[in-house]
Design a binder for this molecule. Structure first.
Ligand code: LLP
Length: 414
């Protein structure tokens, strides 16, 4: 039997999807404050270690209202660009709550963080040299490649042998030589093995690998192991959640042992993005067309890849729910369809050949788990307007947390 996410979580509370689209227009990113806070808490308490800290990876979703909630939940944050630093400061994060993970950046971008006393991670020997030249005598963090990767698609595996990221473990001596030359203190090391693992095995292995190397640095204040914590995108099929209890306990033991040997309870951090925000969002869109082209049945919607890029980019799976007259349509009767958007490309496919409840023109489609890398990867391709974002609070009331683009927005840079 199919389980319906919005039903089991009482997701929409006061308003149903139809009312929401009437109020705010379509397509629409709809967030649940309750679920967002729950995931923040689960991560914050993952590891029983005194100096354990979570930095939310805001590339997954940097909506200002959500950032403020993450801050209230006690999370710190990582940034990948001056733009992300800028919005984090706007949301109230202090310099020591932000970690800048740089990758192939200009001197000006490094200075943006240095001027704001934000710790930077550099991820090549070449950038360590640059950092040394512009900020001699300062603290810096280096990103290592632990040799083990993980992820849902080769495009998001960020460690191991086939990626641009990190400094190989056999280059530690060179890191030290450059640090000495510029009187830099290596205050932290970080890594990120990739995005979306559903078993903690590779992550734990990479933690062990990196900690062997960490002992070679005398002045560490923190080690950051990156994100990648997966969420079950196939909930309707009963895909289990990532097992957190044992995973967290294991990490706790490893951290305690390291602290004992190192002689200092340094800070250990993780950097989840997806886990915090993916499941707190359903993306709503409208069905305008139903047609068959040769043998295939197409459902035409306003959910183009300008709105949700992940399926076109990574062949990723999002479950969908269908709503009619404000009510969930269950799959007593199904047909095989592809759900497509309104973008002028054949690759504009949200759902490919899936058995779904019979969908009619005028229905509303909800794409589950759209919170992570949904809005943050939206674009104005085809000069389409990026959607609005709405938050349903604990009491069930909805409010707008980002307005929809306007036609005038398309002209604002000219
Ligand atoms: N830390 C670093 C250095 C990262 O590069 C990333 C993600 C994270 C943390 C957070 O990873 P997460 O916990 O969200 O898996 N657009 C792709 C995912 C790209 C991930 C990029 N880096 C997607 O839609 O699946």
């Amino acid at each position: 039997m199919t389980t319906y996410f919005s039903e089991t979580t009482n997701y929409y509370k006061e308003d149903n999807p139809e009312q929401l689209l009437k109020k705010y227009g379509s397509p629409l990113y709809v967030y649940s404050e309750e679920i967002f806070r729950k995931r923040c808490k689960e991560m914050a308490t993952l590891v029983p270690y005194e100096n354990f800290k979570v930095t939310y990876s805001i590339k997954a979703n940097s909506n200002l209202s959500l950032l403020k909630i993450a801050k209230e939940e006690g999370l710190h944050a990582d940034a990948m660009s001056p733009g992300e630093i800028f919005v984090l400061q706007e949301a109230g994060f202090k310099s020591d709550e932000i970690f800048y993970i740089s990758n192939n950046v200009s001197n000006e971008e490094m200075m943006y963080a240095i001027d704001r006393d934000i710790v930077i991670s550099v991820d090549s020997l070449s950038q360590l040299e640059v950092y040394g030249k512009i900020a001699p005598g300062k603290k810096v963090c280096v990103r290592l490649n632990p040799g083990v990767g993980a992820g849902h698609h080769e495009k998001v595996i960020t460690a191991g042998k086939k990626t641009k990221f990190g400094i190989n473990l056999d280059k530690i001596d060179k890191i030290k030589i450059i640090a000495k030359k510029y009187n830099l203190t290596i205050c932290g090391i970080n890594q990120h093995i990739g995005s979306l693992f559903m078993s903690g095995k590779n992550y734990t292995e990479s933690v062990e690998n990196v900690l062997i190397q960490a002992k070679k640095f005398e002045n560490l204040e923190f080690v950051d192991f990156g994100g990648g914590f997966g969420v079950p995108y196939k909930k309707q099929e009963g895909e289990p959640r990532l097992e957190l209890q044992q995973f967290g306990q294991n990490l706790g033991k490893i951290f305690d042992e390291f602290a004992k040997e190192y002689g200092k309870k340094i800070i250990f951090r993780i950097e989840p993005g997806r886990y915090i925000v993916a499941e707190s969002c359903i993306l709503l869109g409208k069905v305008y067309t139903k047609k068959s082209n040769y043998e295939k049945l197409y459902i035409g919607t306003d959910l183009g890849f300008n709105v949700l890029l992940r399926p076109a980019m990574y062949d990723s799976h999002h479950e969908v729910e269908v709503y009619r007259n404000g009510k969930l349509v269950k799959d007593e009767q199904t047909e095989n369809v592809s759900i497509v958007g309104n973008i002028c490309e054949t690759g504009d496919v949200l759902i490919k050949d899936r058995d779904l409840p019979i969908i009619e023109e005028g229905d509303i489609i909800g794409a589950m788990d759209a919170g992570a890398y949904g809005y943050s990867m939206c674009s104005n391709y085809n000069n389409r307007l990026r959607p609005a974002e709405v938050l349903i609070n604990k009491d069930g009331q909805s409010s707008i947390i980002r307005r929809r683009d306007t036609l005038e927005d398309l002209l604002q840079n000219f």
